[in-house]
Design a protein around this ligand. Structure first.
Ligand SMILES: *[C@@H]1O[C@H](CO)[C@@H](O)[C@H](O)[C@H]1NC(C)=O
Length: 131
């Protein structure tokens, strides 16, 4: 019985040891290098939000607006460097939704994940850029 269990115990122990070693020595934990900042956005213009993370690849970056995950569609592009591009910023879209809100990025690798600060994105009033 005891000898059957050993391979599992050994591999579990090695796994923990390896994690601790890599985590401790190489700094496997993800850290944010660049977080999105609050922006007053101009309507109908492209808007780019930045998020750069330090850590062991592969790292995947996703964005949330008001807590909801932004899926890849024509309106939003998430670049490999973590930046999010909103093609045409709209305060009110045809379906009644808005690009305004609190944006945050989440980055993940096999060691863990980090979440950025929330960046408040507001549309500039039209008066502001017509004057
Ligand atoms: C990320 O890549 C995009 C597209 O190449 C670029 O426009 C953007 O400036 C890059 N972000 C940073 C923080 O350099």
């Amino acid at each position: 019985m005891a000898s059957k269990r050993r391979p599992c115990l050994v591999s579990c122990f090695l796994g923990i040891l390896l994690n601790a070693l890599i985590g401790g020595v190489c700094g496997a934990e993800l850290s944010l290098k660049l977080e999105p900042s609050d922006i007053i956005a101009v309507q109908e213009q492209p808007l780019m939000l930045h998020c750069q993370v330090h850590g062991i690849p592969p790292i995947t970056t996703q964005w949330r607006r008001n807590g909801l995950l932004l899926t890849q569609e024509r309106h939003y592009t998430t670049f490999i460097n973590g930046s999010l591009l909103i093609a045409h910023f709209q305060k009110t879209k045809s379906d009644g939704s808005s690009d305004e809100g609190d944006y945050e990025c989440m980055a993940q690798n096999s060691f863990g994940r980090v979440v950025s600060r929330k960046a408040r994105i507001q549309a500039a009033s039209k008066l502001l850029y017509y004057s």
